[in-house]
Structures are given as C-alpha cells and as structure tokens.
Design a protein around this ligand. Structure first.
Ligand code: SF4
Length: 203
C-alpha cells in the first residue's frame, strides 16, 4: 500500500466555488504548450485565445498568456477566456496549459510552494507520496518551460518584428515606385491630350 503525503489536494472540478485557477491574474502559456497543441492538432483553435503581454517597465519581459474576458456574474472582474461560467469548467480541459495542470503547486527553482490560498482543493482529499512526486515533477517541468519561454520569446519576437518591418519597407518602396509610374503615365497622357510647340505655344 502506498504511503500518504502530508500535502493533500483534490480538484473540486465543477463543484469549486472560488474558481481560483480560472480567475487568477495571469494564466501563463509556454512554448511547450504551443508544441503540445500543435502535436494534438488544436493549435489553430486555441491560438486566438492566447495573447502576448508587452513589458511595461525595464524589469518586465514579454509574457505569453491566456486572453481574458469579464466574468458574467461580476463584470468588474476578469477570467481566462476559456473559462465557461455556466458549466463552471474549462473549455480546453484536456489541452489546458501546463500552468493550469500544475496549479496550485509551483516550483521556483529551489522549492515547491502553493501559488494560491484561495484554491479549495488544497487540504481536500488525500494523495499518496507517488502522486505527490508526480505533481512535483510537473511543477518542475512547468518552471523549466516557463524560464525557457521567458529567455527565448524576446528573440522570436525580434525576428518576427524585424521581418515585418522589412516587408513593410519593401511594400512602401513598391508603392512609391508604382505611384511614381502612375504619375509619369498621367503626365504623358496629359501632354498627348494638350500638345504644345517647342516654345510652349499651342499649335
Ligand atoms: S485554460 Fe482552462 S483551466 Fe486554465 S485557467 Fe483557462 S479555463 Fe481555467
């Protein structure tokens, strides 16, 4: 028989009253999540619900996160775009990001900790030491994916922005060349309609 761990957790699923995981201020997405969605064939269904948070200070970095929407029952608050209030559940449950799968257990590179005191699943039920170890492994994987994403995202963003700027400059150049050609054509058409003598007088 497996030993029981001191940390007890059981997700209350649809019976949860706090919805803590769905209304937390940031639901991060990792490059690993994008890879899993691609492998599952769901990327294009989920990607419209993913947004990129731009840095607001020098200390901030780029962050991939789930987009948000107002809560129907409390419009001054927001929740994850994939939270279905009527069903009290996740619309992408089996493809939810790793940050949702590990919630509320997190790892910060040194130790495991609870990211929320509002999750009513904590202290509920009993889990074995093996299940706790699996939860810790997932928290470590989430930490690894999150730090890799934080390090890689600015480079990917720079590559995309540089390419967009290059394409935009090329389009502008082509447009001004086309406009110049159009102006030249219209000038020559006008001079054909209104021919003048060499000294500028009408013939
Ligand atoms: S992806 Fe699903 S589980 Fe994660 S916060 Fe959004 S609704 Fe909740």
């Amino acid at each position: 028989m497996s030993e029981k761990s001191k940390y007890n957790f059981k997700c209350l699923e649809q019976k949860c009253t706090t919805k803590a995981c769905h209304i937390r201020p940031q639901v991060t997405v990792t490059l690993g999540d994008l890879g899993r969605w691609t492998a599952q064939g769901y990327l294009m269904n989920i990607i419209p619900g993913v947004s990129m948070k731009m840095p607001t200070s020098e200390e901030d970095g780029l962050v991939l996160e789930m987009a948000r929407k107002p809560l129907e029952e409390k419009p001054e608050s927001t929740c994850c775009i994939f939270y279905n209030e009527k069903a009290n559940g996740c619309e992408i449950r089996y493809s939810r990001p790793i940050s949702c799968r590990t919630y509320p257990l997190e790892f910060n590179g040194e130790k495991y900790y609870l990211s929320s005191k509002d999750c009513p699943g904590v202290g509920h039920g009993e889990i074995s030491k093996e299940v706790l170890q699996a939860a810790r492994n997932l928290a470590e994987q989430e930490y690894k994916e999150r730090t890799e994403t934080d390090a890689t995202l600015p480079a990917i963003y720079s590559i995309i922005m540089t390419e967009l700027i290059r394409q935009s400059a090329e389009a502008m150049k082509k447009r001004s060349e086309d406009e110049k050609k159009e102006q030249d054509t219209s000038k020559s058409e006008k001079s054909d309609e209104n021919p003048t003598t060499e000294n500028g007088k009408d013939t």
